[in-house]
Design a protein around this ligand. Structure first.
Ligand code: S3P
Length: 437
């Protein structure tokens, strides 16, 4: 069902909120718990469409998963060789993480399976996982364009090998390490830039033999996965990001975001916003599940444009829609380069954000691998399209708070994939935002 928002202009943002659980960690917690021996209690699980799709797929694969209360799951692990052949297709919905990690995991099973997704996911490139998995001995068919549905043939003998990745992608790295659990010999992965390391760290917490050295991540197979008993999912930095930008750009704002995961491979936007002049304090940092979690206090501050260093792109890969908004409202020029991956996310995020911000009066010049944003022009009201991309929709709702008139944001239903209660929490903090009638 199509859902449009009417947003802005808005006043100061105040109060305190807890953002929902981390999407990357929630996906992996369910997957690894399903493959482990023993029972795993997951606390802080993201109740989003993407992560629920992953949980539903493991239920189809015969894993018993209880949901005793919202944000909790109890997963009764089936063990590495305990999954059952599914009766039908496995629907990953909108989730690239779900589909790519499952491709690796299912390549090692002794049954066939078919991974399908929604229109957006069915357009996204899958050869980046299928080709290296094929080199390990997997058999996976795609469409001629290299897209889903993915038909994964079971019963193949996988062989560990060395993979030098061309793209910095935690999803590809994770898919190969998961296939490596089922391979003969060692599976090694080298990334062009380090990416989020939840798979390595969580696999280790589940007892897998994952080693690192000389730029390689090596999975030595042969050990069963064993449940650590409990997994605590931190708040999702990528969901907090919209509020970090919103409170920075709306005068008079003073907002507290509680329990935000600060994995260093995720917090590039924090560094970038601070370089732009943002006032963000990290309060009460603490350890949780091997990662730092903290509360973030963000107060309005005048922002200025910066050059985002290309090496930082993987550390803020999901935050560019929010960054584009900060840049449009900052004084001076912001340059983004080395970010061509943005074109193959849930939408072409460079094109979608450039078009939408330009429609509001911003000066955004698209580049093949980024954009040049000349900030400071006043934003006007109008109609923009999020192209069904959850992060573009939320970023545009932030931009609307500083517009001079109301903004109609089209196609926002997919916000439910990562942040179902965004609109409710946003309104609690002072956003002007409602569903169009
Ligand atoms: C993710 C990795 C990133 C990110 C996505 C989640 C993950 O994708 O954009 O939202 O959980 O591994 P890529 O691996 O395609 O960069």
């Amino acid at each position: 069902m199509r859902l449009d928002w009417l947003a802005g202009p808005g006043g100061p943002l105040r109060g305190g909120i807890s953002v929902p659980g981390d999407k990357s960690v929630s996906h992996r917690a369910v997957m690894f718990a399903a493959l482990a021996e023993g029972t795993t209690r997951i606390h802080g699980f993201l109740e989003g469409e993407d992560t629920r799709a992953t949980a539903a797929i493991f239920a189809q694969l015969g894993v018993c998963i209880e949901a005793p209360s919202p944000s909790q799951r109890i997963v009764h692990g089936a063990g590495l060789h305990g999954l059952r052949a599914p009766a039908g297709d496995l629907d990953c919905g909108n989730s690239g993480t779900g589909m790519r990690l499952l491709a690796g995991l299912l390549a090692g099973q002794d049954f066939d399976s078919v991974l399908v997704g929604d229109t957006s996911l069915s357009r996204r490139p899958m050869r980046r996982v299928v080709d290296p998995l094929t080199a390990m001995g997997a058999r996976i068919d795609t469409t001629p364009e290299g897209t889903a549905p993915l038909r994964v043939r079971g019963g193949q003998r996988l062989r560990g090998r060395d993979h030098e990745l061309a793209v910095a992608s935690a999803q590809v790295k994770s898919a190969l390490l998961l296939a490596g659990l089922y391979a003969e010999g060692i599976t090694r992965v080298r990334e062009p830039h380090p990416t989020r390391d939840y798979t390595e760290r969580m696999l280790r917490a589940f007892g897998a033999d994952v080693r690192e050295g000389g730029g390689w991540i090596a999975l030595h197979p042969g050990r069963p996965l064993r449940s650590p008993g409990r997994v605590d999912v931190p708040g999702d930095f990528s969901s907090a990001a919209f509020f970090l930008v919103a409170a920075s750009v709306v005068p008079g704002s003073d907002l507290l975001l509680r329990n935000v995961g600060l994995n260093p491979r995720r917090t590039g936007l924090l560094d970038t916003l601070r370089e732009m002049g943002a006032d963000i304090a990290v309060l009460h940092p603490r350890e949780s599940g091997g990662d730092t979690v903290a509360d973030l206090r963000v107060r309005h501050a005048p922002l200025h444009g910066v050059d985002v260093p290309a090496h930082r792109v993987p550390d803020m890969i999901d935050e560019f829609p929010a960054l584009f908004v900060a840049a449009a409202l900052a004084d001076g020029v912001t340059r983004v380069s080395g970010a061509e991956e943005l074109r193959v996310k849930e939408s072409d995020r460079i094109a979608v954000m450039a078009r939408a911000l330009a429609a509001l009066g911003a000066d955004v010049e698209e580049r093949p691998d980024g954009a040049v944003i000349r900030g400071g022009a006043p934003l006007r009201g109008g109609a923009v399209d999020s192209a069904g991309d959850h992060r573009c929709a939320m970023a545009l709702a932030v931009a609307a708070q500083r517009a001079q008139g109301q903004v109609r944001i089209g196609d926002c239903a997919n916000v439910a994939t990562s942040f179902p209660d965004f609109a409710g929490l946003a309104v609690d903090t002072g956003f002007t935002l409602r569903v169009a009638g």
